[in-house]
Ligand binder design. Structure first.
Ligand SMILES: [Mn+2]
Length: 661
């Protein structure tokens, strides 16, 4: 380790490129899994690859967020646009996979503006530039972005389409990268441009990439088999089932652009973006159940090609265009999901002569309905995760009253408890650890600047989860530090009543989450209270912690809740400037009655998450007998299942934390 680190430029080109790709991938739990992919190379002494990659990753991150370079970058982009005969460019905060997390190379908006929020859109014109985000980021926009370079705007109060009406001049050509927008979004921009007598035009190659000299490459994290012990169904079986439906519908091939769909369909897992174990890739599933996978094969672990089998043909990512052209030339009928795919491949197929069938990604529904093996795995993952959370809560009960613990320490302690389980692969998202008024910020992330102490008389909210090979978890607990006020207890109990109403719900087959949402709010509504977020989101099986197509929410498409679907049950209440409350368990839809009186099946929920709910915040006078019974039965289950999995101190605490109310 004492040998000086070699310069990347002095290394063999293939090795240097490999190291860059590994550094451009996330490092879950502090390790770069891509290091295992490196072919043995004598140009590096032991340990040097690790150091090089870590240093490179830091440099990538720092360069993307280097706000001192923003003016120069904006100028370079305007120069590039002028060279291409364009007057503008739309820069969304997304990539061609349209997922929740962006790899470093796709963080174009941050690179250009300095803004690091999770929602944003930028439009650059020759004299003006607009940068939009939502209400959560009003303050952050002002702190991070130079308002002399960008007009800082609110996405719904001053929508970009309104701004463009006055900012575009007749004859202007407004560029966009068709990979990064859905057809719907582009239709809106085209209409606005036309109204201004301007034109929205697709670019060939993203103009930002052309001026971003040290842009990180696509990430390289290992793609490994997700074996039958966890997946429960062979990929060949899944492919055959979907292919049979394609054949029935007269479809020759379906283009799959969602990495989570590919991970499910092929029983593989990766690590190309944060907290989500999938590999960035695209695929064409044919009606004969064979599949073309467009992926950087350097990512494949040695055992993966054999696991994929001979019916999965491997291609480089840039071979997709030619494959789409070939489908068009053969006049094939191709299915694409316009809600999740960028417009680029759809247009390419149409231009090449393919017959387009716009329909939902066929993997979404079968992926959402977990099979018996997956459900068993998920139950197991929740037992281990519940043990970790219980250890943490017991620690909190001991330490918090002494004072001195802050939000960052608390979330680090919970992570340390989860890491005691060797199967933990990653957190399933960045923990939300909010004390007092910070708990009322729904999407809060603690930083050194915002970090608060857990003070007596306050509530503390922690929303967190783990990624395990057998399941993905997501749990929120709200804890009283010291003695809570009566207002806190009443609000908490009303949230709990909503949580119990969902947990105990019974409903006929065909019922959608939309119809259940009000059950979670009813007790709050009676007191004139509510919460401004959905009640539940779907959760993957060692995949995305947020997945569709179902959810429990006021809005959205009503997708019926089917047996095997995992969904969160997370009502809350937030008093701005004072405290936040959320109680979140994951539940699985299960069939309760196969055939009821009306001939329909009836469903309910099985609660998967196992950790105590703070008894100090429960006002039993507000609960019905059935609700009290639910709390006591739930806590008895937690005590029975988690007790044997924790240390003596935690077990003693668990006894009192789960005692009957
Ligand atoms: Mn959640």
């Amino acid at each position: 380790m004492n040998a000086p680190l070699p310069d990347l430029a002095a290394l063999p080109a293939a090795l240097a490129a490999h190291l860059r790709g590994i550094a451009a991938a996330p490092a879950p739990l502090g390790r770069f899994p891509g290091l295992s992919l490196l072919p043995h190379d004598s140009s590096l002494a032991p340990g040097q690859a690790e150091l090089l990659v870590a240093r490179l990753a830091e440099r990538y991150q720092a360069a993307i967020e280097n706000r001192a370079a923003v003016a120069e970058r904006l100028q370079a982009l305007r120069g590039e646009l002028a060279r291409r005969g364009l007057q503008g460019l739309i820069i969304p905060l997304t990539d061609e996979f349209h997922g929740e997390y962006l790899p470093l190379r796709a963080q174009r908006l941050t690179w250009l503006t300095g803004f690091t929020g999770s929602a944003g859109l930028c439009i650059v014109l020759p004299e003006r530039a607009g940068l939009w985000s939502d209400g959560r980021y009003t303050l952050q926009l002002r702190q991070q972005v130079d308002a002399t370079l960008f007009e800082l705007l609110h996405i719904t109060d001053q929508p970009p389409t309104e701004w463009l009406k006055t900012a575009l001049k007749p004859g202007d050509k407004l560029g966009y990268d068709a990979w990064l927008h859905t057809e719907d979004a582009l239709r809106r921009f085209a209409a606005v441009a036309q109204a201004a007598k301007a034109e929205a035009v697709a670019v060939e190659g993203n103009p930002i990439d052309a001026v971003w000299s040290d842009q990180p490459p696509p990430p390289l994290a290992p793609v490994v088999p997700h074996g039958m012990a966890h997946a429960g169904r062979a990929s060949s079986e899944k492919r055959a089932e979907i292919a049979a439906r394609l054949a029935q519908d007269g479809i020759d091939a379906v283009l799959i652009t969602l990495p989570e769909s590919i991970a499910w369909l092929l029983n593989i897992r990766g690590g190309d973006v944060k907290h989500t174990p999938f590999a960035l890739s695209m695929a064409l599933l044919r009606r004969d159940a064979s599949l073309d996978l467009f992926i950087d094969t350097r990512k494949l672990a040695p055992e993966t090609p054999a696991h994929l089998g001979p019916d999965v043909r491997l291609h480089a990512p840039d071979a997709l265009a030619a494959a789409l052209d070939a489908l068009g030339k053969a006049k094939q009928t191709v299915q694409v999901d316009p809600a999740t795919a960028g417009a680029w491949p759809i247009r390419r197929l149409e231009a090449a002569g393919a017959v387009l069938k716009r329909a939902d990604d066929p993997c979404l529904l079968p992926k959402a309905c977990k099979n018996a093996v997956e459900l068993d795995g998920i139950r197991n993952a929740h037992l281990r995760d519940g043990a970790a959370v219980s250890r943490f809560l017991a620690w909190l009960a001991r330490e918090a009253p002494k004072g001195g613990i802050d939000e960052l320490q608390a979330q680090a302690q919970l992570e340390a408890c989860r890491r005691l389980d060797n199967s933990l692969r990653d957190l399933s998202f960045t923990s939300i650890s909010g004390a007092g008024p910070n708990g009322a910020v729904v999407h809060y992330r603690a930083t050194e600047e915002t970090n608060r102490k857990l003070e007596t008389g306050n509530l503390y909210l922690i929303d967190s989860g783990g990624q395990y090979p057998d399941g993905t978890t997501d749990i929120t607990r709200t804890i009283a530090i010291g003695k809570p006020t009566q207002e806190m207890r009443e609000a908490f109990t009303r949230v709990l009543k909503g949580h119990i109403a969902i947990a105990r719900a019974r409903f006929p087959d065909g019922t959608a989450g939309q119809q259940l949402d009000a059950l979670a709010r009813y007790a709050l509504w009676q007191a004139g209270l509510d919460y401004d977020h959905g009640t539940g989101h779907g959760v993957g099986a060692y995949l995305s912690v947020h997945e569709g197509p179902h959810r429990i929410s006021k809005a959205g498409t009503p997708v019926p809740l089917k047996p095997g679907m995992i969904v969160s049950n997370e009502p809350g209440y937030y008093k701005t400037g004072a405290f936040g409350i959320r109680i979140e368990n994951l539940v699985a839809v299960r069939q309760e009655v196969e055939k009821a009186e009306n001939g329909k099946a009836w469903h309910g929920f099985e609660t998967l998450t196992k950790a105590p709910i703070d008894r100090n915040l429960i006002e039993t006078a507000l609960l019905t007998r059935e609700e009290i019974d639910w709390v006591n039965a739930y806590h008895a289950e937690v005590r029975r299942d988690i007790g044997p999995r924790v240390d003596d101190d935690t077990r003693r605490w668990l006894e009192s934390a789960t005692a009957a109310v």
